[in-house]
Ligand binder design. Structure first.
Ligand SMILES: [Zn+2]
Ligand SMILES: [Zn+2]
Length: 61
């Protein structure tokens, strides 16, 4: 199910598009990133920050 996440330290997750609402987060006010992972690990975060060096948990779809 698609959701929207903050890639900052707050780790916020929202069901709808928006911006980070955590005032203490470095990404406060920044747009949330679309993610559709099903395991809650938000692979989008890793993809957004560059190639993962090692990912032993490769899931077949
Ligand atoms: Zn945040
Ligand atoms: Zn996710």
């Amino acid at each position: 199910m698609k959701h929207y996440i903050c890639t900052g330290e707050c780790g916020g997750v929202s069901d709808t598009p928006g911006t980070c609402q955590a005032e203490s987060c470095s990404l406060h006010g920044q747009p949330l990133v679309e993610c559709d992972c099903e395991d809650g690990e938000h692979d989008t975060i890793n993809n957004a920050e560059g190639p993962s060096p090692v990912n032993p948990q490769t899931n077949n779809q």
